[in-house]
Design a protein around this ligand. Structure first.
Ligand code: PEP
Length: 235
């Protein structure tokens, strides 16, 4: 069983989501499917498809205009939330510290955080990939996490939405480091997803790499014609 998570970013409408859920409901698959959608769609009836948000406040409640708390997300029936996505790190200034606080809020409210880590092109070129990944995991995961209530997503930031993918060896090296780091943190077995430019034509290959437990999919999760081949590419 692999985890196939979609990240709709700021795209789509409720009507689009209802159509996607309908299309996916006809699939026979053992894979776990999660759709992380805009806040306005979180309460959509989704059958066997799990719904997640794409960000959460680091605060429990209060005077934080425009923010949405973990309790509010849980109140919609959603079960997951992406935390520390590269776009939130880039545009909203999220740091590992912020991501850990947001993830702690998620856990405290029964949500599973999908915690994203990954290097920028500058960090890659400076030879810092492994350092950024390891510190990302160590500093972004809250101390009260357990292996069955968090998901890590390795997303090389330079490859997201760019049509670029690392080599199998690069993915294996990153995922092996994450698995080792999680083990050292007492989180052996927490799932680790790969994300960045996943599509039907490369999904099976990526998911066959050692320590890759599934994928986080951006652009190719928006239309069922693109998303279904990813889901059905592996058992
Ligand atoms: C993402 O934004 O999490 C992502 C993986 O995007 P894409 O698949 O479009 O590269």
């Amino acid at each position: 069983m692999k985890i196939i998570a979609g990240n709709w970013k700021m795209n789509g409408t409720k009507e689009n989501l209802i159509k996607m859920i309908h299309d996916l409901s006809e699939l026979s698959t053992e894979n776990k499917i999660i759709l992380c959608v805009p806040f306005t769609m979180l309460d959509t009836d989704s059958g066997k498809i799990s719904i997640g948000a794409q960000d959460v406040s680091q605060h429990a409640h209060g005077a934080y205009t425009g923010e949405v708390s973990a309790k509010m997300i849980a109140d919609t029936g959603a079960k997951y939330v992406i935390v520390g996505h590269s776009e939130c790190r880039q545009y909203h200034g999220d740091t590992n510290d912020t991501v850990r606080k947001k993830s702690a809020q998620a856990l405290a409210n029964g949500l599973t955080p999908i915690i994203c880590v990954g290097e920028t092109m500058d960090e890659k070129q400076a030879g810092k990939t492994m350092e950024i990944i390891e510190s990302g995991v160590r500093e972004s995961v809250p101390t009260d996490a357990s292996a069955d209530n968090i998901i890590i997503a390795y997303e090389p930031r330079w490859a997201i939405g760019a049509g670029l993918t690392p080599t199998r060896e690069e993915i294996a090296t990153a995922h092996t480091l994450i698995a080792k780091t999680l083990t050292e943190m007492g989180l052996d077995g927490a799932p680790v997803l790969y994300g960045a430019s996943v599509k039907g034509s490369n999904a099976a290959d990526i998911m066959s790499v050692t320590n890759v437990n599934g994928v986080l999919v951006g652009g190719a999760s928006l239309k069922s014609d693109d998303f279904i081949p990813i889901i059905t590419s592996v058992k």
